[in-house]
Each structure stands twice: as C-alpha cells, then as structure tokens.
Design a protein around this ligand. Structure first.
Ligand SMILES: [Zn+2]
Ligand SMILES: [Zn+2]
Length: 312
C-alpha cells in the first residue's frame, strides 16, 4: 500500500529537484540570468545534484557549448546528428569533448572549490561515480530515517527530473513538434508539454532567442513555473537582480527584425571566416571553433545567435 507520505514526498521532490535543474543548474549557473547569494545558489544546486545531474561545471560547460554551437556538428547533443545520441548517447562520452574547455567557457564556476571538487579534475567517470554515490547515499539516509517508500519516492522523482533536460535536448530541437515565436535559425522550438513537465523549460525557441533571460515563457499562455519562483525569490529579497528578457509590449515583429539583422551580420562574418579557413591546408578544430564563435555565454543578456557556422 502506497502511503500518503510517499506520494507527497514524490511530488515535493519532483518540484525541488526540477527547480534545482531549471533554476539552479540552468538559469543561474549556465546563463547567470539572475543574481543571488551563495546560500540560495547552493540550495538549488544541491537539489539539482541529487537528480543525477553530474558536476555543475560539466553541466554548464556542455550547455554553454550547446548554445554557442547550436545545431552544428560541434553542438554536444543536436538531434540533427542522431536521435539517440541527442537524447542519451552523448551522456556516455567518457571525457569532455575536445572543443569544450571549461577553463575557458566556465571560468566563473571554476572559482568555486566545491564545484571543482564535484568535477573531479575533469575525469568524467569519476565525476559520475561521485554523483551516483551521493545520490544513493542521500536515498539511503531517507530510507534509514523515514522508510523505504519515502526513499523510493525521492529516487523516482529524481530519475524523472533527470529526464527533463534529456527530453528537452531532443524534443525541443525537432521543429515538427513545436512552434517558434522568434525567427531564429536554429531548430529550437516551444513544445507546450515539455513546458509543463519541465517547469517552464520547454519554451525553447524563446530561450535560444534570449538565453540570458530569466524568463523562458514569454506569451501569456506559456506557463513558466521556474520564472514565477525566481520572481517570488526576488520579492523575498533572495534574488538581487534578474534579467526579465525582451519587453514584448514592443511586439514580436520588432524583435524578429533585430534577429534578422543579427543573422545577416553573423552570416557576413561567417563568409569571411570561410575564406580564412580555406587558406589553411587543413581545418584544425580550433579554426572551426573560432569560425563558429558567437557571443560569450556568460553575458547577462546574450544576443540572438544565427546558425552561421560554415562547417557542416
Ligand atoms: Zn537548445
Ligand atoms: Zn540554456
């Protein structure tokens, strides 16, 4: 017989672990879309870590690379290069991809000794083992204190939450499954059911258009539980600053014109990069990275990025 306590623990755990990923790992650590003190930061990272999310540095490094190289061969998990790889296959990589260098893309996070420890010297198997050990130890403690049903409910919630970013990487980059508000050139789309299950993360076209925004749901119907929680924290004084994203009272057309202008500019820069690469006898990974480089991911407001990399 499933107890009421087990059901309650499952629901509360889903929300806490979910926000740990969406508010902690994603909007705070990866995009710096709001500012808070370390206590609030560690609170959300704690719940994200206990949803099998691995080291915060690894997570942010992979995610920043996803935004920087979105839907190109250098994107760590674009479905353009295999559906299984996009969903789970990329997780099986035993090391950081050669072009994902946390010392360069995650300098901010590498200042934090706790995050450095959790990253285990960039040794991915060891990093995962530590994460798995902490996750199992946490459920072991719950079992000892509250019984197996509570421990199992917490474990199930964490495993389900682990699916939020995994399914999002796949489904929100399949254009047929969703719609776009913003005329970005990548495949990111808004998928309503990922928006609900993912606590606001499924409005992925909006997010790729304005990755530095703390708010992903931008239309009235795009429910964004994570943003509402960030707003609540702001009201309580736990968040000092947040990036609210574009002012949509100007209308989508205004922003889509800006996006088209940014894409045209990036395309002209890419053409000049192609001519540089063409003069080299062999295109080295660094030349590919440079030609695909866009706006730094740590900027509070990140400009719209066009899929202009000349390498396919
Ligand atoms: Zn994406
Ligand atoms: Zn993101």
């Amino acid at each position: 017989m499933v107890t009421f306590a087990a059901v309650a623990v499952f629901l509360v755990s889903y929300v806490l672990h979910g926000f740990g990923v969406t508010i902690g790992y994603h909007r705070l650590l990866s995009h710096r879309s709001f500012r808070c003190n370390k206590l609030v930061e560690y609170f959300w990272v704690f719940w994200g870590y206990l949803a099998f999310e691995g080291s915060p540095i690894w997570w942010a490094a992979i995610h920043r690379a996803h935004h920087k190289y979105v839907d190109t061969p250098l994107d760590p998990h674009s479905p353009r290069y295999g559906l299984f790889h996009s969903w789970f296959g990329w997780l099986l990589e035993p090391a950081y991809p050669a072009h994902v260098i946390p010392e360069e893309s995650c300098k901010d996070l590498m200042q934090d000794k706790l995050y450095l420890f959790l990253d285990q010297d960039k040794n991915i198997p060891r990093m995962n083992l530590l994460n798995l050990g902490c996750n199992l130890a946490f459920r072991g403690i719950l079992w000892a204190l509250f019984g197996w049903q509570v421990a199992l409910a917490s474990l199930l919630a964490a495993v389900m939450v682990m699916q939020i970013p995994l399914m999002l990487n796949l489904f929100c980059h399949l254009p047929k499954l969703g719609y776009k508000n913003f005329a970005t050139e990548d495949d990111g789309v808004n998928v309503w059911w990922v928006g609900l299950l993912g606590l606001g993360e499924g409005w992925h076209n909006n997010h790729h258009a304005y990755p530095g925004s703390a708010r992903n749901g931008m239309m009235a119907w795009e429910f964004d539980a994570s943003y509402l929680t960030i707003l609540f924290m702001r009201k309580m004084g736990w968040v000092h600053w947040l990036n609210p994203g574009p002012d949509l009272s100007r209308g989508l057309e205004y922003y889509n014109k800006k996006i088209a202008a940014a894409a045209a500019k990036a395309a002209s820069q890419a053409v000049s990069s192609v001519s540089i690469v063409a003069t080299e006898s062999e295109a080295s990974p660094s030349s590919l990275i440079n030609s695909a480089s866009r706006v730094p991911n740590s900027a509070p407001v990140m400009a719209v990025k066009a899929n202009t990399t000349p390498v396919r």
